[in-house]
Design a protein around this ligand. Structure first.
Ligand SMILES: *Cc1c(COP(=O)(O)O)cnc(C)c1O
Length: 391
């Protein structure tokens, strides 16, 4: 194991099991495991392999670079990539047999140029903005885009294999916009088919829709967060309610343990002061490692939760760039080197990424995706116990 005093332990069996659970729930629809953002912080390639081993049959990533990295690692499953600006290396993507999203007229032209350049038919998925107000072609522009794409298909330059969209309120399954988006999506699919597209996959559902809304599964679902065992709808149920297991445990080893008097200001700006003589513990992981500064603790309220020596404590004072402090209490028997768990699956009473999200006023997505690149990922489970520092 690396000498770094903190680590994110990634349970590949959990990722594999989560993918299997999602595949069972989505069937007969297939599962595209979304592994963008370095596998939501869990590591791109190991996460992708574990998800495929569990039963996902597609991979999805936002950035072209991520898709190319998956291919370079030897992964030959279908991959969809969807976010790029003019001038992107679409020729490499088409040459690597990676499916590309087309969300605008200029994007279609660049994809077709790439197909011509590399002499290979580009597989495209037309992205429709059914109401999110983000990426995707607006419904009134869909007809002309389809005409252009199907014209190019007739010339063998591209193949329109998918129509897809993304939801604004998937985490609120009864929100009226969800029904509205389904309606617009169905019309978009019908239009594509009327114009002669032979679609392999129509897809709309992210994790939340996959777990809460069976009517939205179509041919393919695109869960990301749920693959990593976190609940996209914590107000409805935690991971266990959906048969999921959180795959990341973030832990650090106490760097300094020392006794101080009552009234000792702790960390920057002394927003926490010891109410009594006590023992402080310094945890060598900070906001540069993804510990949110918004989860700092004050005199009235401890910050983000940790488990140490079987107890639940919270951050005392400001979270710093590289470290934060715990007030271990005057009877503490911890010593430097003892383990502090910031979050994990919760199975051993430790806090969860969702607990940190609440402490920082954010969502668990942001907690796991922000774990810094200098924190070693240590993989356990089917790929064995091996530290991976170069990702
Ligand atoms: C990130 C993303 C997903 C996965 O979302 P989750 O909420 O993590 O399941 C699916 N589709 C698109 C377009 C995305 O950007």
């Amino acid at each position: 194991m690396s000498a770094y005093p903190a680590r994110a332990v990634i349970d590949l069996d959990a990722i594999r099991g989560n993918a299997a659970e999602l595949a069972a729930r989505a069937a007969p629809a297939a599962v595209m495991a979304v592994v963008k953002a370095d596998g939501y912080g869990h590591g791109l390639v190991p996460s992708a392999r574990a998800a495929l081993a569990g039963g996902a049959t597609w991979l999805g990533v936002a950035q072209l670079e991520e898709a190319l990295a998956l291919r370079s690692a030897g992964i030959d499953a279908p991959i969809l990539t969807w976010l790029y600006a003019p001038g992107a290396p679409l020729d490499q993507v088409v040459a690597a047999g990676i499916d590309v999203s087309v969300a605008a007229g200029w994007a279609l032209l660049e994809v077709l140029d790439a197909a011509r350049a590399v002499g290979r038919t580009a597989r495209i998925h037309i992205k429709v903005d059914t109401g999110l107000g983000r990426s995707g072609v607006m419904p009134r522009e869909l007809g002309p885009l389809l005409d252009a794409a199907l014209g190019a298909q007739a010339e063998g330059l591209c193949s329109v294999v998918g129509v897809w969209s993304h939801l604004a309120w998937a985490d609120a399954p009864d929100h009226p916009t969800v029904l509205g988006q389904i309606g617009v999506f169905d019309e978009a699919v019908a239009l594509a088919e009327r114009k002669g597209a032979r679609l392999e996959v129509r897809h709309l559902a992210n994790s939340a829709a996959t777990l809460t809304n069976p009517s939205m599964r179509y041919d393919l679902v695109r869960p990301g967060l749920a693959v990593f065992g976190l609940s996209p709808v914590p107000q409805i149920g935690g991971p266990a309610a959906f048969g999921l297991t959180p795959a990341m445990r973030l832990e650090a080893d106490l760097a300094v343990v020392k006794s101080v008097e009552a009234g000792q200001g702790v960390s920057y700006a002394h927003v926490y002061t010891t109410p009594a003589a006590t023992v402080l513990g310094v945890v060598p992981i900070g906001y540069a490692d993804g510990v949110p500064r918004h989860a700092s603790g004050t005199a009235d309220r401890w910050g983000g939760p940790v488990q140490v020596g079987g107890r639940r404590l919270g951050v005392a004072g400001r979270v710093c760039m590289d470290q934060f402090v715990l007030d271990l209490g005057h009877e503490a028997d911890e010593v430097a080197g003892d383990r502090v768990v910031l979050f994990g699956s919760g199975a051993d009473g430790e806090p969860t990424a969702e607990d940190w999200a609440q402490a920082a006023g954010t969502i668990s997505y942001e907690i796991v995706t922000r774990i810094g690149s200098r924190v070693p990922r240590v993989y356990v489970g089917s790929a064995g116990d091996r530290p991976v520092t170069a990702r």
